[in-house]
Write a protein that binds this ligand. Structure first.
Ligand SMILES: Cc1cc2nc3c(=O)[nH]c(=O)nc-3n(C[C@H](O)[C@H](O)[C@H](O)COP(=O)(O)OP(=O)(O)OC[C@H]3O[C@@H](n4cnc5c(N)ncnc54)[C@H](O)[C@@H]3O)c2cc1C
Ligand SMILES: *[C@@H]1O[C@H](CO)[C@@H](O)[C@H](O)[C@H]1NC(C)=O
Ligand SMILES: *[C@@H]1O[C@H](CO)[C@@H](O)[C@H](O)[C@H]1NC(C)=O
Length: 509
């Protein structure tokens, strides 16, 4: 043995002893795992929470997911003819790593790529039409808006860089107790300012012109969130990133991820609506009192209740979204947080488009635009009009030209009247309408975001939606809440609300 290894031996021993001691100390802790966890809501947030809770707490814990309606929540499809089409959340950004991870884990493929082409409509005519040629688009944009378009992309990329930090933090197991802390860990004070100011204010401050905002930015916020450029700049950024290239969807429908996660996490689906959650105290064998949460619910076979160690609320606690009362808590937990949800009506029409409605004179057979965004002008009753492809692209599929009857999706704030339909379509054979309370009405300055922690071991996932709503953000909140639940259960304070993580973790990449 050389002298070097010999000198290492005591050190090695010390290390072993230390680890041995640690595992000894954690032995009673291991026995003290939670026995049961309830997740309220079977959308992507709730199912992602079930997945991450299983990952954190292991095979021993029972996980129940409560969902009265269809699994998937705001991810839903309708059948028209032989195919299914997305009516709710539809596109996913290429750098949405949680969503990507899910489909890889579940062995689901992304939907096959389909052609898309964008135009902007001002209520009378198309003011911009994307060309098939990148250079033509580039020059058109340059001609009209100078370098604004390029600068916008750079601005979005700068934010994206900071946004991506969350993946590393979560990979290392770090979690955050409030939305503000999470945002601050990603982008410092500048992210908090994004939430507190309108997109318009922030972009004007960055030197973008009002014309650029009206012509280009507003159509994007309208199609993504049904709202104007006066939404907060953070959700504004999420909208702009949603126009990147490489957007994808899940083959067979995005909601498949939800049922896949339910199965993969070996959770129990309870088809029932949760009506109230009450705090229950029970004396334990050791003489101390333990707290439980009594979840009361109504299903097909009547009402019932069950006790849980941990509860995760994965539905918005807002007027019109859910009505859960919390009893026995001090300070009290409200059923509804302030702020309203914005209505977006999604109307799927299988029919023949009226080209004159768009002020187009070219023959419909040559019209290949798939996504028509609209400007924020009074004449525009719709937020967008898109040619829709099925959730599964059959072999040999070809997008039908506008001269044939096909499926169009209209987003509007109010349901379309017969008159409006007659204006937009020459004829149709089916109309399917879904009225969504889709996402929050984003009106900065944000006074106060709801907490992730409602009580000791009662968590609220959709708190993050108050700053921006997207599938990936629900998944991100789910992972945060699962980590938080784990660390708080095992009293690992060092993994909660740590500052300067992006500097501390820099060397560990
Ligand atoms: C029209 C539209 C377009 C969108 N486009 C996109 C997009 O392109 N890309 C994107 O990323 N995002 C998009 N979104 C947003 C995205 O769909 C949502 O952010 C996401 O699906 C929210 O998931 P969630 O699980 O947090 O909430 P939800 O999907 O709303 O799930 C909550 C679930 O809780 C259930 N629930 C409610 N009350 C109770 C109760 N008392 N007991 C038990 N269960 C209850 C509900 O039935 C629901 O299923 C869009 C949304 C809409 C509406
Ligand atoms: C956001 O605005 C509110 C109200 O104007 C203010 O109280 C709060 O401190 C602001 N937060 C940040 C981070 O700017
Ligand atoms: C088509 O659109 C034009 C312009 O909005 C409108 O005048 C006309 O009534 C619409 N319908 C038909 C069937 O042409």
């Amino acid at each position: 043995m050389n002298p070097r290894t010999q000198s290492l031996r005591p050190l090695l021993f010390l290390l072993l002893w230390q680890t041995g001691r640690r595992s000894l100390a954690s032995a009673p802790e291991l026995q003290n795992q939670p026995r049961s966890i309830a997740v309220v809501g079977g959308g992507i947030g709730g199912m992602a929470a079930a997945f991450y809770l299983r990952q954190e707490f292991g095979a021993g814990v029972g996980i129940d997911v409560f969902e009265p309606d269809a699994v998937g929540g705001r991810l839903a499809t309708v059948k028209i003819g032989d195919h299914e089409y997305e009516t709710g959340g539809s596109v996913i950004h290429p750098l949405n790593l949680h969503m990507k991870h899910f489909i890889e884990k579940l062995g689901i493929r992304p939907r096959e790529d389909v052609h898309s082409k964008m135009a902007i409509f001002d209520g009378k005519e198309l003011t911009f039409e994307e060309s098939d040629w990148f250079l033509v688009n580039f020059l058109r944009m340059l001609w009209r808006y100078g370098f604004s378009f390029l600068r916008m992309q750079m601005w979005v990329e700068g934010i994206l860089d900071k946004f991506m930090r969350i993946y590393q933090y979560q990979q290392y197991g770090y979690s955050f107790s409030t939305v503000d802390r999470l945002l601050h860990a990603m982008g410092g004070d500048s992210f908090l300012t994004l939430v507190n100011q309108t997109l318009e204010e922030v972009m004007m401050g960055e030197g973008f012109s009002q014309i650029f905002l009206n012509d280009i930015v507003a159509p994007i916020t309208r199609v993504k969130y049904g709202q104007s450029v006066r939404i907060n700049a953070f959700v504004g950024y999420v909208s702009l990133a949603g126009t990147d290239s490489g957007l994808w969807a899940v083959d067979g429908g995005n909601k498949r991820v939800c049922s896949g996660l339910l199965y993969h996490s070996k959770s129990e689906l309870i088809t029932a609506r949760v009506t109230s959650i009450s705090l229950k105290l029970r004396p334990s064998k050791t003489g101390t009192t333990t707290t439980f949460y009594e979840v009361n619910y109504v299903g097909e076979s009547g009402s019932a209740h069950t006790l849980y160690d941990i509860v995760v609320i994965a539905t918005p606690l807002h007027q019109g979204k859910s009505d859960i009362t919390f009893t026995g808590f001090s300070p009290p937990i409200p059923s509804h947080y302030p702020g309203r949800y914005h209505q977006t009506v999604s109307t799927l029409v299988h029919g023949l488009l009226n080209m004159s409605y768009l002020g187009i004179t070219e023959p419909a057979s040559q019209f290949t635009v798939t996504d028509i965004l609209t400007t924020d002008t009074r004449g525009c009753a719709i937020n967008s009009l898109s040619s829709l492809d099925p959730v599964h692209i059959p072999q040999g599929y070809q997008q039908p030209p506008a001269s044939q009857a096909k499926v169009w999706k209209v987003f509007s704030q109010q349901p379309l009247s017969q008159e409006q339909l007659r204006d937009m379509f020459l004829s149709w054979d089916s109309v399917s309408e879904t009225r969504w309370l889709a996402y929050p009405s984003y009106r900065p300055p944000q006074r106060k975001t709801p907490p992730f922690i409602l009580h000791n071991r009662l968590y609220y996932l959709n708190a993050l939606e108050c700053v921006a709503s997207a599938m990936e953000l629900s998944a991100m909140a789910a992972r945060n809440v699962a980590l938080l639940a784990h660390h708080r259960w095992h009293q690992q304070a060092g993994k909660i609300d740590q500052e300067d993580l992006h500097i501390r973790l820099r060397g560990e990449l």
